[in-house]
Design a protein around this ligand. Structure first.
Ligand code: ZN
Ligand code: ZN
Length: 104
């Protein structure tokens, strides 16, 4: 043990990417008219503790430009507003957040 699989080595990820090559589909980002040629995790890997097989996220096809841009900023705000799944962009809850202080 000690060598966890990288998300991009997962079978489901490879199959998804394979399917994209065979059956190109439009980028999942609303308002984008490019073809999806890369696979993206939703929510982003950086935003959750990914665990293979736990259904912690879904795969979606996005164009390379959006996939590589997804790490930091999340695209144009206008696109977010139009997205019906914008709730998945919710930030993760703070960890070890101190409770309300009553000392004052
Ligand atoms: Zn995940
Ligand atoms: Zn796109």
């Amino acid at each position: 043990m000690g060598t966890p699989k990288r998300p991009h080595d997962e079978m489901i990820y490879r199959r998804f990417r394979d399917a994209l090559k065979r059956n190109p589909q439009p980028c999942a980002i609303d308002g984008c008219d490019r073809l999806a040629d890369t696979v993206d995790h939703m929510p982003p890997l950086a935003a959750h503790d990914h665990l293979e097989g736990s259904a912690c996220c879904v795969l979606r096809g996005v164009c390379a430009q959006h996939n590589y841009a997804a790490g930091g900023k999340l695209g144009r705000r206008r696109q977010l507003l139009r997205s019906r799944t914008s709730s998945v962009f919710m930030p993760s809850p703070p960890r070890n957040y101190p409770g309300p202080s009553r000392q004052w």
